[in-house]
Design a protein around this ligand. Structure first.
Ligand code: CU
Ligand code: CU
Length: 313
């Protein structure tokens, strides 16, 4: 390279760095995310009743993927050779060609594709292989968070939780029952009443926070069929951001409809110690499993809702 050109390239790189330091705006990165599709038995209630699930990484929901707006994301999807079905990944955070990037991968094969994240927010990802409603009903879904490149775009959260709503079917081999939406439970994070010892004494966990803390809930409705009227019993959403985009801010909301295939970010602050119950206010959904207790107390476990523990397993 010509010395003058090299010098100006260096100056440009240096000024980009200086800009990052001055504004706090994150510089774009290359991020590679590897996921393996696994067909495994997983519990669907607190008693431990299991069901053959189709998953990413053997978990329902799959791993929380987290990147920053502007990042170039490379997805490497492997379909485990022991699986019986083809699988794929459809990320709502990507703008690509459905026929190429989101195509199905056979057992024992892999697929790699890339995209640049252009909108910040909370986005749904799921398997799109045929029949898509069955792959979703069996558990092939998760959340990809695209944090805004400007960290001041949202007020700082003291704790963060991921809740993914979905339906559990008695016999997910019966595709007809899924098309008729003849579900048995509507659940958060794969298990009926997972965080609700009030309605199910077999539950062992609740979500936690301290009074006054800003609790951010990233909520995805995986469906495949039912809408969610997302409400904190005995609380009010301080802020609601449809699709998790900071520009979509609503204030002081009681319930907010999130359809299947959609996501919304909710901020909750409790002024006093006590409990709220986060529910899908559609009553058959709540009372079949879509309720989660959040306990507000001054001695709340500092590790919950932070770091790798925002989707409580
Ligand atoms: Cu699948
Ligand atoms: Cu989708």
């Amino acid at each position: 390279m010509h010395a003058g050109k090299m010098r100006s390239a260096f100056l440009m790189a240096a000024s980009a760095l200086a800009l990052t330091a001055m504004t706090g705006v994150a510089a774009a990165k290359d991020v590679t995310l590897r996921l393996t599709a696994k067909e495994v038995a997983l519990p669907v209630d607190n008693k431990g009743t299991t069901q053959l699930s189709w998953t990413y990484e053997g978990q329902m929901p799959g791993p929380v993927l987290r990147v920053t707006e502007g990042d170039r994301v490379t997805i490497v999807l492997t379909n485990d050779k022991n699986n019986k079905n083809s699988h794929s990944i459809d990320l709502h955070a990507a703008r690509v060609d459905v026929l190429s990037e989101f195509e199905s991968v056979k057992p024992g094969e892999s697929k790699t594709f890339s995209f640049v994240t252009t909108y910040p927010g909370a986005f749904y990802y799921h398997c799109g292989s045929d029949p898509m409603y069955q792959h979703i009903a069996r558990g092939m879904f998760g959340v990809i968070l695209v944090d805004p490149k400007d960290p001041k775009a949202l007020p700082k959260a003291d704790r963060e939780y991921v809740l993914v709503q979905s339906e559990i079917y008695n016999n997910p081999d019966d595709t007809h029952s899924i098309m008729k939406s003849d579900w048995k439970h509507v659940v958060f994070n794969g298990v009926a009443f997972k965080y609700d010892p009030v309605h199910d004494p077999a539950a062992t966990k609740t979500l936690v926070a301290k009074p006054g803390e800003r609790v951010r809930v990233y909520f995805v409705n995986a469906g495949p069929n039912e809408v969610s009227s997302f409400h904190p019993i005995a609380g009010i959403w301080d802020a609601v951001y449809p699709s998790g985009n900071p520009k979509n801010k609503m204030n002081g909301m009681q319930s907010f409809l999130v359809g299947p295939g959609d996501a919304t970010t909710f901020d909750l602050i409790s002024p006093a110690p006590g409990a709220n119950v986060i529910v899908d206010h559609v009553m058959p959904h709540a009372h079949s499993g879509a309720m989660a207790v959040i306990m507000f107390s001054d001695d709340a476990d500092p590790k919950m809702g932070r770091g790798d523990n925002i989707l409580v397993r």
